[in-house]
Design a protein around this ligand. Structure first.
Ligand code: FEO
Length: 381
């Protein structure tokens, strides 16, 4: 129960192996949905069709014999809207509520007739009785049709994907870690639209945030809003250095770990390291955004760079990576080419400063390489 007449009717999904077909979710996912029980009843979004039977049963219990008047579709992505058809088959008199784009996009998934749907736009208000639903268009947070709904009676913001996280609701973990990994991988590209939304939200008296994933947020809301403001501005969050490496035979990994030791010995407050071939790429991407300084260490490969590093850099570019200081380490036995390729890809990103203390290793880390790594550590600090 969120308030005395707003109920949580979402579901946990612990069977899913990859969210959006690519992100590992060791603690599953939650797909959130809410029902507002007033003179009129509004349901806020559905859930992934993977869990539609459980969802419809929870909805039926919450309704206690009544019928929903409205189904508000904040976001058409299938983790929320793929049960819309099953919902309408069960409650055919329910009126769909969305914006013009909502129905264009829903039609791409369902053969439904939208003639009786209620199309809303920025600033429109739908009264349920005591609850007044104010619609706020929030395109690209995270798809173009996304909208928030603000209930001015209960001071609840239904925030679609924003403020969500990976992990089911009963996962014993703090919000921050999986919310950050979720943000940079799912919404990270869209910093500017998030900034626009935060400006709109600043004018509202919000007591509760109801996202479509993760826990309902009821306390200390400034903390969550501040994190979103920081992340969407692409400013670093934590002091320290992130080292990402892709190593063919372990020697580049050795250089990365020696650099970590040097940085730590020189007083760097935190050094995070990721093996791009083995560690979670989504977490590596999160750490690249988290820290202001990153080191890319890679073996040369095919006259270019080891594919895991190339993949990582393309992920960063795709997420609008910017405003960072980068140091490069390459390894190459006969024709080192990794630094050149990494520089080329980095040059396609905004406000990336590449340190001129790049290190080239040929095979194993030698004494002169250690001096270069030490100089690189000094430059980073
Ligand atoms: Fe949770 Fe953009 O879907």
């Amino acid at each position: 129960m969120i308030t005395d007449d707003i109920l949580y009717i979402g579901v946990n999904d612990k069977d899913i192996d990859l969210f959006e077909g690519q992100y590992i979710v060791p603690n599953g996912m939650s797909y959130n949905s809410y029902v507002i029980l007033d003179n009129k009843i509004a349901v806020m979004d559905t859930v992934d069709h993977r869990k539609k039977e459980e969802y419809l049963a929870k909805l039926e219990t919450a309704l206690d014999g009544r019928c929903p008047d409205y189904l508000v579709v904040s976001h058409v992505e299938p983790d929320h809207a793929s049960s819309v058809k099953a919902f309408l088959e069960k409650y055919p008199s329910t009126q769909l509520v969305g914006n013009a784009k909502t129905f264009q996009m829903l039609a791409q998934y369902f053969d439904l007739n939208f003639d009786s749907a209620l199309t809303v736009k920025e600033g429109d208000v739908l009264s349920l009785g005591r609850h007044e639903l104010h619609f706020i268009m929030t395109p690209m947070v995270h798809w173009p049709e996304v909208m928030f709904t603000y209930d001015s009676f209960s001071k609840v913001l239904f925030s679609a994907d924003a403020f969500g996280k990976f992990g089911s609701l009963d996962a014993e973990e703090d919000w921050i870690c999986e919310a950050r990994r979720y943000y940079f991988n799912i919404v990270g590209k869209f910093g500017m639209p998030v900034q626009t939304v935060l400006k709109k939200a600043a004018g509202l008296d919000i007591q509760i945030i109801c996202p479509l994933h993760g826990p309902v947020l009821t306390e200390n809301l400034g903390y969550y809003l501040d994190k979103y403001n920081l992340w969407s501005s692409y400013e670093p969050e934590s002091e320290g250095v992130f080292i990402a490496y892709a190593s063919l035979h372990g020697n580049t990994a050795d250089a990365a770990n020696k650099l970590k030791d040097l940085l730590t010995a020189k007083g760097c407050p935190k050094v995070a390291v990721a093996d791009l071939a083995r560690d979670d790429m989504a977490e590596a991407l999160e750490d690249a955004f988290r820290y202001g300084k990153i080191v890319l260490a890679a073996s040369s490969y095919n006259g270019s760079v080891m594919p895991f590093m190339e993949d990582f850099l393309h992920h960063l570019k795709g997420k609008n990576y910017q405003k960072r200081t980068v140091a490069l380490i390459e390894n190459g036995s006969w024709a080192p080419s990794a630094n050149r390729t990494m520089t080329e890809i980095l040059s396609q990103m905004k406000d990336i400063s590449i340190l001129d203390t790049a290190v080239t290793i040929r095979g194993t880390v030698k004494e002169e390489n250690l001096k270069e790594l030490s100089a690189l550590a000094d430059a980073l600090l």
